[in-house]
Design a protein around this ligand. Structure first.
Ligand code: 4NP
Length: 155
């Protein structure tokens, strides 16, 4: 079975590009056919590369995300994807507001709901912080994605 997953944050330059890159890598590693994309609830950075600090933390793990460009979430995403993963509660609320039907709303989940704690915590916005924030974001996202890929592999 193939899957289509959309990663969503506010700007689509810091967190969701990391989530897109990690999901592509973990899916390939697991031999799963998953189409992955990312988008922002805002269009503030449309057309831009990921933040330099996101590119750097991914490069530290041997992953290249410089093919990515920021784009806003669009209405068709709610039909084109079967799982839409929000990085934080504010992204989640905005996505739920945008979704037109109950089926579409059901596709929206908090990414960290898949982590060990099971608590739907936020991936903190690292934009105004230091480089450390990006490493934490990477580690939180990777933990959740390993769990998601594991779920998809066994179900
Ligand atoms: P992201 O981070 O949502 O993880 O891409 C942000 C990027 C830009 C802004 C806020 C958060 N901004 O205010 O421009």
């Amino acid at each position: 079975m193939s899957h289509r997953i959309l990663m969503v944050c506010l700007g689509n330059i810091c967190r969701s590009p990391i989530a897109e890159g990690v999901m592509k890598y973990r899916a390939e590693e697991a031999g799963l056919d998953i189409f992955v994309d990312s988008a922002g609830t805002s269009g503030w950075h449309e057309g831009e590369l990921p933040d330099r600090r996101s590119i750097e933390i991914m490069r530290a793990f041997d992953l290249d995300i410089t093919d990515q460009r920021s784009r806003p979430v669009r209405q068709s995403d709610f039909e084109d994807f079967d799982l839409i993963l929000a990085m934080d509660r504010s992204n989640y609320d905005n996505l739920i507001d945008m979704a037109a039907t109950t089926d579409q709303k059901d596709k929206v989940k908090m990414i960290l709901a898949y982590s060990n704690s099971g608590l739907p915590a936020n991936v903190p916005d690292p934009y105004y912080g230091g480089d450390d924030g990006f490493r934490n974001v990477y580690l939180m996202i990777d933990e959740a994605i390993v769990a998601i890929v594991n779920d998809l592999s066994t179900n």
